[in-house]
Write a new protein. Sequence first.
Length: 1050
Amino acid sequence: MSTPHHPDQAHATQGFNLSTWALKNQALVLYFIVLTLLGGCFAYTHLGQSEDPPFTFKVMLVRSSWPGASAQEVEQQVTDKIEKKLQEIPSIDYTSSYSRPGESVVFIVIRDNTFSEKIPELWYQVRKKIGDIRHTFPSDLQSLTFNDEFSDVYGTMYAITADGLTPQQLKRQAEWVRARLLKLADVEKVDLFGEQPQKIIIEISNQKLTSLGISPAQLAQLLQQQNAIVGAGTFDQGPERIRLDVSGRLQTLQDLREFPIRAGNQNLTLGDIATIKHGYANPPAQRIHFNGTSALLIGVSMQQGGDVIALGKAMQDTITSVQKQLPVGVQLHLVTSQPDIVQHSVHDFVRSLSEALIIVLAVSLLSLGWRTGIVVAVAIPIVLAGTFLVMDWLDIGLHKISLGALILALGLLVDDAIIAVEMMAAKMEQGWERMQAASFAYTSTAMPMLTGTLVTVAGFLPIATAVSSTGEYTRSIFQVSAIALTLSWIAAVIVIPFLGYHLLPNASHQGEAGTNSEASAHNDAALYQTRFYLRLHNLISWCVQHKGSVILATIALFVVAMLSFGKVQQQFFPDSTRLEVVVDLRQAENASDQSTDVAVSQLEQWLTTWQKTHGKLQNVVSYVGSGAPRYYLPLDVQLPHRAFAQLVILTNSLEQREALRNDLLTLFEHDFPQLRASVLRLENGPPVGFPVQFRVDGQDLQAIRHVAHQIAEAMRANPHLRNVQLGWEEPSKVIHVDVDQHKARLLGVSSTDIAQLLNTQYFEQVVSEFREGNERIDLVMRSSQAQHAQLSQLAQLTVLSQRGERVPLAQVANIHHGFEEGVIWRRNRVPSLTVRAHLRGNMQAPVVSAQIQQAIEPILQHLPAGVTVETGGAIEEAAKGATSVAKGAPLFLAVVFTLLMLQLRSISNVILVVLTAPLGMIGITFALLIFNMPFGFVAMLGSIALSGMIMRNSVILVDQIKQDIAEGASLEQAVVQSAVRRFRPIVLTAAAAILAMIPLTRSVFFGPMAVAIMGGLAVATVLTILFVPALYTFWAGFTASAMQSRRNKR
């Protein structure tokens, strides 16, 4: 006589079943589990490690030099031509440029939605376009260079100092160290910073030259002619070709001293009338101090995908060995170590990952029982191992984004495992056989789980489709989450049945219930007859009966949350937790090198004093005349400028960093108000610079200055801003030497003669070059009185005419003081003056920018003709990132609707599920307000992903309701019973996800996202249990009424 079975048991055996397959092929499943664990361990040790994920800098810099030209001449003859030609490249977002006397710099910024793979081709197009117009530039344009290597990160830097060595000798030692470091595996490049180029100086009195009847121009021409390398040709002699080589090139200083000069009837040598010596630029273009001592920096850049930890150990061993071989007094000092920072960062995140893992395991064990919990616990490392394997295959390294995504995914990847094992355990409790219980768990939950998992993955889809710098920076959130969640479903339908088959306890009444469908049904019902479930049943029944009130209350709560969301502070990316304090010192455009040196020296002395009372700092590196090289990927690198200096101060702790930063802010505000000083923490994400910016554009410089000053005054009145400054200031002083060309020609004097005289008298003139081995050394000529020359003596200078006569400068030129533009900034060929500021306290840029926007509204309503004002800074960059994410919304919605339709096969049910997605904003808003967290770009990504998590729970509940209705239950019975039965897995999975986020709340970067997901998921879980049943009942009644109305019309 055949044994009767429950209808579900028969249903469990229909169709192909992965869980059944797994249990029939247990040896194969076990093999792949072990293989995955071993492969995951191997992959984890070989994953690339870095502090930040790589992203492409879509900026190129074109620099040109035209000595002697004013800023306006440079703008018109060089800058404008470059910008105009580059407008032919459609992928360029905008050009930004500045023109200074003798210098043009153009920044080419590619559209943020351009794929990174296309950037090299665009840089080729830029070079080609500018090459096409090279002939239109001034003939005496000295240089035109391109720089597109902005993404090179010198993560490890060493300072080399020495007592008693010349800069050239110190450079030779640094070059030797550089050569040793280049031999290490994973090193891409090693560069030196702070070099002082050597020069051969010919120091000569202009008065002496004039008395000999020689002008500076004539002497320079003689040196150039003798030292030039000019081919003399070749000739054929029989079977051979022989090159002719004409001697005379200057090989040594002695050659230079013996250089013959004919002065009237005298035969002299250059050594007779000039002092010839080795020297250096004074002051050098860039000066670097390490703890107040002059130094060179050695920067090491790692190959992409390299092992930063292994490289760090290799560099440490090499430097230890090298230090022993350096001369006495030459010291190597570690400035910054990316391996140490990455190791510390990865250690912190691994600790957070471990804590999250322990939390998830604790939730599983406490809620499911120890044997059921162990099934879930064992599945977690298998999924993580598989995730590491796929990450290694896709070349996704370990960094702050991918590690944060792992923690985020950890709370989600147990969802499918909990649902599957809970269903299997429940059926075994009812008396089912293990094979049948596992098969039924697959049949009843696999497809809803797969749909829910894919919907959750789709929640991260806008991150994957965001073609922008911010999207590229955060893309691994999608990649890692998608990998982990997909593998979690595979584990739920293959690994969980295998583990459950061996680990789940036997049911105490299996023999009796396994053959009696009535007893099985009785056991099923008995599971939900406890006091708690009865109360839950009554609560859900009440919500269904009062569905109108529940729906209206939920809508009201949602409206209140949306209105309250305006009180949540907005943010782009938070500041980094690195220990550096960066001080930018900007002086007036025409500030002297000496004043910059004095400002840096004063600050270095103040820091020395500060350390006596607040503890020693790790190091202080001063960059005078330029900013620091990119030692940190998101660093806002500053370009060289004589009136600029940057100090990078490495503290020992966050507490010391904040104390130093506050004291520096007070110092600059009270003791150095004349300095435009910025005291900064390092940024996260694509660099922004000044967080609050307003650009004033227009052709009339006076008009844009007037508007910019008005905006600056409004910004200074805001208590949340400090260090308000303009991108470029008032015109700079200039001394005009207006040559009377008619009189000068009559006396045999040219403007070139006068310019060369002034150049050698007050500065130095490059007349030729000296070649030593593979080095090229400038040969410069300057007056022996150059260091002591006074501008008051300018009119008394004499210039030698072409006829050998001495002509006073005042006789052919009118000398007077005036003003000129020291620098002209432009954006898309239009002069642009930026008003910018830093924030006080904990206020966020979007909030303060909105306040300023409101304050300057009267100014904007009365702008002069042709003047426009745009908002820049964090607002602009955040808008770019949000726009790129929003472009992925249609695809996200299309994927979600398709997945839901495939599962639910009902448009009305799909709409019902989608309507639950925005409800997470209720919890997000109140959680961020309670914990005083800002809503930034990462929190926005988390909120989008949260919508997928909410819909996942909803679709599983709705699918369960459909199954119960199909089995004959009434609408209300199906809704209430399904909500009661799905309560346990829904709450357990939500609790695991919420609690797993706790370690992330300590992270400055991921903290707001974690709080947003925790709050949103907590509220959404309650609404899934209470609101969705009410909404489903209302929706079913509404659709039924609509259908009945259509039938009646027929």
